[in-house]
Write a protein that binds this ligand. Structure first.
Ligand SMILES: *Cc1c(COP(=O)(O)O)cnc(C)c1O
Length: 244
């Protein structure tokens, strides 16, 4: 490993240790088992080499929000020998014309927010020959400009996922709106998660919480937290070639 990579490994290791300590503290405060919260490292805008280093440090789950960038990194790491073994979580806005690509490498999709995504993902996943665990993204404030189904759309959308052949409904995902207190936003999401769990007993995941508010999300029952800048450092807008 060259000097640049070993410096980065130390940097990532320190950040990861700090994050894990804070996650544990938030779990203790919420009287939850630390094992009940899974950490997703959001590696958007950072190179595949960072995913490789994070995997060495024991990170098993990574999140990406753009297909072009995610597909390139997943392909690069799958070609390592041995291949880098991480689960890819697609957490960004999904376009219909990207579903086929995403279905090839994603282990989870967190951002199902409209029924028109279901058929293309399902068709592609039939070809892959593996079920796809998915979460429905809910817009807490009903402003779907930033992605997410409204509360009124949630149940019909869940029914449509449940009727598909390969998609497996596993829970919901959300982002706290900027003008909401995170605790209020995540309490609202937790209510939606409870609704979904009555429809499908294995749909118990709540993907909520980012670098600035993961403790509040853990307090409201988050099972996946998605940490970007806390683990990888500040993102520049042009951090990844081919990304944006
Ligand atoms: C970028 C991103 C994150 C991580 O954000 P940080 O504030 O850097 O932790 C989490 N969730 C989604 C949907 C994202 O796009």
């Amino acid at each position: 490993m060259d000097d640049e990579n070993s410096d980065r490994l130390v940097d990532l290791s320190n950040r990861l240790t700090q994050a894990r300590t804070e996650i544990e503290r938030a779990c203790v405060a919420a009287r939850r088992e630390p094992k009940s919260v899974r950490l997703i490292a959001v590696t958007k805008h950072f190179p595949a080499s960072d995913v490789r280093l994070l995997a060495r440090l024991g990170v098993a789950d990574v999140g990406e929000n753009r297909d072009q960038e995610a597909a390139a990194k997943a392909a690069e790491l799958a070609a390592d020998s041995p291949p880098v073994d991480v689960r890819w979580h697609f957490i960004g806005r999904l376009q219909r014309n990207k579903c086929r690509s995403v279905a090839r490498y994603a282990d989870w999709v967190h951002s199902i927010d409209r029924a028109s995504l279901i058929a293309p993902l399902d068709r592609a996943r039939v070809e892959v020959g593996r079920p796809l665990p998915v979460l429905i993204q809910v817009s807490v404030d009903g402003d779907s400009a930033r992605g997410g189904a409204t509360a009124a759309e949630l149940v019909p959308l869940a029914e449509a996922v449940l009727a598909s052949e390969t998609l497996r409904l596993r829970g919901i995902m959300g982002v706290a709106p900027l003008d909401w207190k995170p605790a209020d936003a995540y309490a609202e999401l937790a209510r939606h998660a409870a609704t979904i769990a009555t429809m499908e007993p294995s749909a118990t995941e709540l993907s909520a919480g980012m670098s600035g508010d993961f403790a509040e999300a853990i307090a409201q029952g988050a099972t996946f937290i998605r940490l970007g800048s806390k683990l990888l450092g500040p993102r520049t807008e042009v951090g990844y070639p081919g990304g944006k």
